[in-house]
Design a protein around this ligand. Structure first.
Ligand code: ADP
Length: 564
């Protein structure tokens, strides 16, 4: 009843009235608009009194289909959106404001489109029904792009959530349905040339089971002429816009296979390779089961983008696993090697000590025995150096097994510093660095003395090695229940990029050729300091020097010792 208004063109001019320029302009404008200018009654079926010609392109129905009453706008609106449309318009009319709506409609061919409608109430008909005027635009492309972008970012988010790629990919396959079709399969290439089905998603669980059954009974192979096998072999996407019965017959290996294939009711199929860093790892297959739905180039781009992301995530997970394994093997090797290297060092050290003790007795004073004595001293120094390096390796393997055991006792940090600087005095003199030590009295705490010596030794020896022959200042001070050790040099310094890194395992900030360290000293130092509940930090500028600061809590008996 409401659709019977015969107003397909802009309101006709009165008989006597010739079309003015502005009226002609308006008509041209309305006739060429991409979108629909409309006038309708505020009735649940939205009968149109006028629709501009653009309505044909948007809906597949011409203006007269609406105005001659047999099509109502309401019939086009997606059932889930009808209520929202009605309510928004009623609120806007009651408050006399304009309204803006986005909702879905179905075109004459059943295609779904998104529209944006802006309208306003313009008055009432003689029967007292409100009349609306407005404009409707097609925003389907924008909505699809938005949905696809949202879909891809949710895929990326899922992929980034874990390194267990089999599990993650199964989630991604679930997400692809129904965005990219009624079903999705993930098949991986196995070394024997067969494909392994890793995940299946389908809107219909019975058909998901059918997809598993097909993979079990008729596994795809890399030498298949079509399908996932061929896609993995060639690395190229396969798009079957419309699958025919002949294709099923051609593809089927026997009568039962054909029956299962038919049971899938697949009508259109898209298979994309999972390719990363030049290797195809598997294939994702998407399919529609409705004859009117077909994959096109836009779907192909989206599916390929998704597959690229998935493949990269898989490859990253593989590289990460390989790197972890390599690190594990390295640690195991170092643990075994350092134990094996340590074993002959102890008797070697004992023999050299005995030799240096016995040498003066046989032929003291002669030049030959003095030369021998010097050789033995050099050998002792080298053995000491080697045992320091091997001990560092042993410490690292202990640390990686979480076996750093501390044996705390009442210890004076000032004493430890004086002792350690005394050990290093000749070394410092050799490179031309003066060692300045400043220590408050009774800076005591409950610490493992040997480990604390190790901390101080590492910092002082680094200051000597990287101190460029400039003075070195070491200071110990207390502040409440914490104590501080500061070691400052004026040497080569450390670039900002390397300052955090150097506390890592095997990390060095200088080139391989520069002094023969293993890059373990600071790693062990930080591990010890943190095991004691303290912190270590560095403040440095290249070419100006470095200051390392260790802060430690005094521990259980420390504060008492300090007072006493
Ligand atoms: P290394 O045995 O290589 O010295 P460390 O763990 O003790 O191992 O130190 C790691 C790296 O930090 C060193 O290779 C060096 O590049 C840098 N570094 C440590 N201390 C200093 C310092 N006082 N001045 C400049 N660079 C330093």
């Amino acid at each position: 009843m409401w659709g019977s208004q015969p107003d397909a063109e802009p309101p006709p001019a009165p008989e006597a009235h010739r079309e003015s320029d502005s009226e002609r302009m308006l008509r041209t404008l309305l006739g060429n608009l991409r979108g629909v200018a409309y006038r309708c009654f505020n009735q649940p079926h939205y009968p149109l009194l006028y629709a501009s010609p653009g309505v044909l392109e948007l809906t597949g129905y011409g203006p007269e289909d609406f105005t001659a009453s047999h099509v109502f706008w309401r019939e086009l609106i997606h059932p889930e959106d009808v209520r929202q449309v009605w309510e928004t318009i009623q609120v806007a009319l009651a408050s006399r404001t304009a309204f803006t709506l986005t909702y879905r409609i179905h075109t004459r061919t059943g295609e779904e489109r998104w529209v944006c409608e802006r309208g306003v109430g313009i008055g009432e008909s003689p029967e007292g029904v409100a009349i609306l005027e407005g404009f409707i635009t097609d925003i389907t492309a924008f909505k699809r792009a938005e949905q696809r972008q949202g879909f891809l970012s949710s895929v990326s988010e899922t992929l980034a959530s874990s390194l267990d790629y089999e599990d993650t990919l199964a989630h991604v396959v679930q997400r692809a349905v129904p965005v990219l079709g009624e079903g999705c399969l993930l098949d991986m290439a196995e070394p024997e040339g067969v494909l392994r089905r890793l995940a299946v998603a389908h809107v219909d669980p019975a058909r998901a089971e059918l997809a598993w059954e097909l993979a079990r009974s008729y596994p795809q192979r890399l030498d298949d002429p079509a399908g996932a096998g061929a896609v993995i072999r060639t690395g190229r996407t396969e798009l079957q816009q419309q699958l025919s019965e002949e294709q099923f017959v051609q593809y089927a290996r026997d009568a039962r296979h054909l029956e299962l294939l038919r049971g899938t009711r697949v009508t259109s199929m898209l298979t994309v390779p999972l390719r990363a860093r030049g290797r195809t790892l598997g294939a994702l297959t998407f399919f529609h089961c409705h004859p009117e739905r077909r994959y096109g180039p836009e779907d192909q781009l989206l599916a390929e983008d998704m597959a690229r992301r998935a493949a990269l995530a898989m490859d990253n997970a593989r590289l990460y696993r390989e790197a972890q394994l390599a690190v594990q093997l390295r640690d195991e090797f170092l643990s075994v090697a350092s134990h094996e290297l340590k074993t002959p060092l102890t008797p070697l050290h004992l023999k050299l000590t005995a030799l240096s003790r016995d040498l003066p007795r046989c032929g003291s004073g002669d030049a030959h025995s003095e030369a021998l004595q010097r050789h033995v001293m050099v050998a002792q120094r080298q053995v000491h150096k080697m045992s320091t390096l091997i001990n560092a390796l042993l410490d690292v393997s202990r640390l990686s097994r979480g076996k750093l055991k501390l044996e705390p006792e009442n210890t004076d940090l000032g004493d430890v510093l004086s002792e350690v600087t005394a050990w290093f005095s000749s070394e410092a003199a050799r490179v031309g660095s003066e060692l300045h030590v400043e220590a408050e009295a009774h800076v005591t705490g409950w610490w493992d003395r040997l480990r604390l010596e190790q901390v101080v030794s590492n910092l002082i020896s680094n200051a000597i090695r990287y101190g460029a022959g400039q003075p070195i200042h070491a200071r110990v001070e207390a502040e409440g229940d914490r104590v501080r050790l500061v070691v400052r040099d004026e040497g080569i310094g450390i670039s900002p990029e390397a300052q955090e890194r150097i506390f890592g395992k095997f990390e060095r900030a200088v080139s391989e050729r520069h002094s023969g360290g293993l890059g373990l000293g600071l790693y062990i130092t930080r591990s010890i300091v943190e095991a004691m509940g303290g912190t270590i930090r560095v403040d440095s500028r290249p070419s100006e020097g470095s200051t390392f600061t260790v802060e430690l809590p005094r521990g259980a008996d420390g504060s008492r010792g300090a007072q006493g």
